[in-house]
Design a protein around this ligand. Structure first.
Ligand code: ADE
Length: 285
């Protein structure tokens, strides 16, 4: 997989060189390039933002700088609007729900772009607190992509025509929020999404079983608690069931705990649970 990230703070992504993500890059499973959006500015101040049209607080990131940068990274030619007459009104466009299939990146003339030759078809992703929530299912879906391009907004965000323009050019565009709170910019959200995606690339984890067993994978239950030795510590003991060596009882104990914790901590997940996913023993719990 190849990942491009565009940000006014590309240094944020130095952390991706650490730990398992760094190892994945050394092993050639992943390449990551963080670009500085200001490299595409032409003025002495390297300004990337302007006041909001219609008024209001804060600053909005300029579309022309973003588009020059993204065109270059994705190998797209700017669309030619010289003969198109009046510009059409920008609308709240609806992103196509993720299907796992990637739509082709095409140049304005309808031909596949160079970007497809070197790193596969890009999926363009913008973090946005006003977008649908990023879930484990999205991470799984995106872990099959060959090429992801992330655009990190700052201030009041990026001019909304930027994602709309690329979607109209045939690029698969997605916008995600990582939670119902507002961060200062998209960098932390993109780091979280990248970590969630990349650890699902086949070959990334030494022990792929640990992914199968964890929360949000398979059925949408929170994971049972985990303990290690000593089995009694500072007045707290782990259940005898876990030390019994009886795998059937251990599995049942953990499953019951997952059901109980999910009902208590995240009842919304239980409501989403398909009844077919519950066994007779689960229903007793
Ligand atoms: N940018 C600012 N806050 C965000 C959030 N919660 N998710 C994604 N992008 C963001």
């Amino acid at each position: 997989m190849h990942i491009d990230i565009v940000s006014v703070f590309p240094e944020y992504f130095d952390v991706l060189k650490l730990s398992l993500l760094g190892k994945a890059q050394q092993r050639g499973l992943l390449t990551v390039t963080a670009h500085n959006l200001r490299d595409w500015t032409h003025d002495v101040h390297h300004s990337v933002d302007d006041t909001p049209v219609g008024g209001g607080a804060g600053m909005v990131m300029k579309p022309e700088i973003w588009a020059q940068c993204l065109d270059d990274i994705m190998g797209l030619e700017p669309a030619d609007f010289s003969a198109d007459g009046e510009p059409v009104l920008s609308r709240d466009f609806h992103l196509v729900p993720a299907t796992g299939a990637q739509s082709p990146a095409v140049a304005p003339d309808g031909q596949p772009t160079d970007a497809t030759d070197t790193h596969g078809r890009p999926i363009l992703i913008f973090p946005n607190p006003s977008a649908p929530l990023f879930t484990q299912a999205d991470a799984t879906d995106l872990s099959h992509a060959e090429r992801l391009v992330f655009g990190c907004g700052r201030y009041e965000g990026i001019d909304a025509r930027v994602p709309e323009y690329y979607a109209r050019q045939g690029v698969e565009v997605r916008e995600y929020s990582i939670g119902d709170y507002v961060l200062n910019g998209g960098e932390v959200a993109v780091s979280a999404m990248i970590e969630a995606i990349v650890r699902l690339i086949p070959g990334f984890m030494g022990n792929p079983e640990s992914i199968v067993e964890e929360s949000y994978t398979g059925d949408p239950l929170l994971e049972h608690r985990q303990f290690t030795r000593p089995t009694a510590w500072r007045g707290l003991a782990v259940s005898d069931v876990l030390t019994s060596g009886d795998h059937g009882r251990v599995d049942r104990f953990r499953r019951d705990e997952a059901l109980e914790r999910t009902s208590r901590i995240r009842p919304d997940l239980i409501e989403r649970l398909d009844c077919k996913e519950l066994s007779k023993n689960d229903r007793k719990t």
